[in-house]
Design a protein around this ligand. Structure first.
Ligand SMILES: [Zn+2]
Length: 216
């Protein structure tokens, strides 16, 4: 089974990706993971990527695509894979389609995790972290034992600037500008499956299972 997960930050893709890949025995592939591994292994492409990162620059897409190609050709991906967070725009989607064609593969499903901005703000905006010990909390889902502290003494609980409402809304806007055209492309080509990702984890999981069927 070859599947791509699409959806904004906070839509729950990571949780569902972990569940699906462990049930199916296929690798959960993200560009972050591919980059880290290639750099760790000091592969030629990994070293090239590291050169850009050392300079504080983005790794060019052409290099990312090469890393994706190499990753998809590894033994554990022979029976399928799940790509999470890639491709993320129309240009990447076209290049990726071409790559799959060259590899004699095709995408089974592009699954879009549809969730309202307000719900993402609720999920991500409630995150808190203890400045001192690093413990994480959520005001609604796993509140700290004592208001404002993790209970371990002189700790102080803060909201990371990444988790501020303004930062979240900004990420959502960037995501939708980049990814909407890709979602539309998958919709018109008939490979798009949309999941209502606003509910509970278990409900979303059964939706994913329904789409992906029970085969390998
Ligand atoms: Zn603490």
């Amino acid at each position: 089974m070859r599947v791509v997960f699409l959806g904004p930050p906070g839509a729950g893709k990571g949780t569902q990706a972990a569940r699906l890949t462990s049930k199916r025995g296929i690798p959960h592939i993200s560009t972050g993971e591919i980059l880290r591994t290639a750099i760790q292994r000091q592969t030629p492409t990994g070293l090239e990527a590291q050169g850009y990162m050392d300079k504080g620059e983005f790794v060019p897409f052409e290099i990312v695509l090469r890393l994706v190609r190499d990753r998809l050709q590894e033994a554990d991906a022979a029976e399928g894979w799940l790509l999470d967070g890639f491709p993320r725009n129309l240009e990447q989607g076209s290049a990726f389609e071409q790559l799959l064609a060259e590899m004699g593969q095709s995408l089974d499903h592009a699954i879009f995790f549809d969730v309202a901005d307000e719900e993402v703000v609720r999920r991500l905006g409630g995150r808190r972290v203890c400045e001192t010990c690093g413990d994480t909390f959520h005001l609604e889902f796993s509140p700290p034992p004592v208001e404002g502290t993790c209970g371990k003494g002189d700790c102080r609980i803060i909201q990371r600037s990444d988790d501020s409402e303004e930062a979240i809304r900004n990420r959502l806007r960037v995501y939708s500008e980049e990814t909407d055209p890709l979602v539309e492309h998958y919709r018109s080509s008939g490979s798009l499956q949309t999941i209502d990702a606003s509910g509970a984890i278990e409900g979303i999981e059964s939706e994913v299972d329904r789409i992906c069927g029970s085969g390998p």
